[in-house]
Design a protein around this ligand. Structure first.
Ligand code: NZQ
Ligand code: ZN
Length: 389
């Protein structure tokens, strides 16, 4: 395997910090004056951000239409509806305001604007992508990294599938990241978002390549940032330092920076997405619950060095201990962080999952496991789901 061979393009302009919204009008204006505003439920109305954004649109002469009600685990129907609005009104730029679900849905809409057929086609067959409208976002939740990556995860509730609409043209043109907008994120969503950032990093970090000292250091820094600030943000929701560190860690966990050319398996996400598709629960919770089970499944004499690196550099475990002991302590420290400090439920049943769809979920997950740190079979997937129940 060759590492340190890759192409890395980051065309997203980020305006970060308190007051970064001052850059919204000029960011949109470079693409046109006709805007589709995409957002979720009531959170941006309660926080006042909706009023702020619409005042900016009004005061700067934009015409806009609204696609609201984007659900967590955004559904394909919202993408179809938004794409249709873009085509009907000649929308020139899409503006997402909200968490990852709003940004993801907006990405789907950007692509659907150029595709007359059902937008699900774009998730099933990437060759059907035609073009995309430019996307600007104002992020309100540190979690997915959608603010600096080229994919939107969309749910098809009829087929029970979560799938991605991916294309380099779906990278946001501008992301406005103001940590103050995350002050209102509830405790459980703060925990789940932090677990998502953590999982993105782990997915990439756990890899046979041991020569990526520079970027592994960045990955470890992201993981330590989650451990240091996740609980602080839960206890002190208006702590700017905590919110800012989490918000800036988030995109670097997924934007390719820590990839280094390795073939990340994205095992946890492969296992979690079917859970989200069947049970419509919170993405980060499922990842957190699965993580220790995955770790225990793949820990062996062959993989122990990776766990030692993780345990010593992220949790400060004594490096003079026997390797296998360090690895086990590292898994216990992960559990302590996720379940005791972040108060995420420990089991899938606690987030509404039962044993009815385990075989279906494993059948969805297993084909993508060939590039996992340790490849997993269908039976391995079933065993992880059952252990996590
Ligand atoms: O819908 P509203 O009312 O806005 O409320 C949301 C929602 O209920 C609320 N919220 C967001 N910001 C808030 C807030 N509440 C108060 N104050 C704020 N500032 O939080 C709830 C969850 O929001 P959502 O956008 O669903 O969360 P998240 O950012 O975690 O996004 C999850 C989705 O992203 C996908 C997941 O699968 C899931 O569908 N992912 C996207 C990825 C990507 N594009 O790269 C990668 C990830 O691995 C993930 O799969
Ligand atoms: Zn994720």
């Amino acid at each position: 395997m060759r590492t340190y061979q890759f192409t890395h393009s980051l065309p997203t302009t980020v305006y970060f910090g308190d007051g970064a919204i001052a850059n919204l009008a000029k960011s949109l204006a470079q693409y046109g004056k006709k805007v589709l505003l995409v957002y979720g439920g009531s959170s941006i109305k309660k926080s006042g951000l909706y009023d702020t954004v619409t005042a900016i649109l009004r005061d700067n002469g934009f015409t806009w239409w609204e696609l609201s009600g984007v659900k967590p685990n955004p559904e394909i129907a919202s993408v179809d509806a938004g794409g249709k609005m873009c085509r009907e009104h000649g929308v020139e730029v899409v503006l997402a305001v909200g968490g990852g679900s709003s940004v993801d849905c907006a990405k789907g809409i950007c692509a659907a604007a150029f595709y007359e057929g059902p937008a699900w086609d774009l998730a099933e067959d990437r060759s059907k992508f035609v073009d995309a409208l430019p996307l600007v976002d104002v992020l309100t939740l540190a979690a997915t990294g959608s603010e600096m990556d080229p994919g939107g995860v969309i749910t098809n509730p009829e087929k029970h599938i979560k799938s991605g609409i991916f294309h380099p043209k779906l990278m946001p043109k501008v992301s406005i990241l103001d940590p103050v907008y995350t002050y209102t994120v509830p405790r459980n969503q703060t925990a789940a978002g932090t677990a998502d950032i953590y999982a993105h990093t782990v997915e990439t970090y756990f890899d046979p390549a041991m020569d990526l000292y520079f970027i592994d250091g960045i990955a470890e820094s992201i993981l330590r940032t989650c451990v240091k600030y996740g609980r602080v943000a839960m206890d002190e929701p208006t702590n700017f330092e905590a919110r800012a560190n989490l918000m800036w860690a988030s995109p670097w966990a997924i934007n390719g920076m820590i990839g280094g050319g390795r073939q990340s398996g994205w095992t946890l996400h492969g296992l979690q997405h079917p859970i989200g598709a069947y049970y419509d629960n919170t993405h980060g919770d499922g990842l957190a619950i699965l993580m220790p089970h995955w770790f225990r499944k793949i820990l062996s004499e062959d993989t122990v060095d990776m766990f030692v690196k993780y345990g010593v550099n992220v949790f400060g475990i004594d490096k003079t201990l026997p390797k296998m002991e360090i690895a086990k302590k590292a898994i216990e420290a992960t559990e302590d962080f996720l379940f005791n400090q972040m108060e995420i439920p420990r089991t899938l049943s606690a987030i509404g999952v039962d044993d009815k769809h385990i075989e279906d979920m494993a059948a969805q997950a297993a084909p993508g496991m060939a590039h996992s740190f340790v490849p997993l079979s269908y039976d391995d997937c079933v065993a992880i789901y059952k252990a996590a129940l």
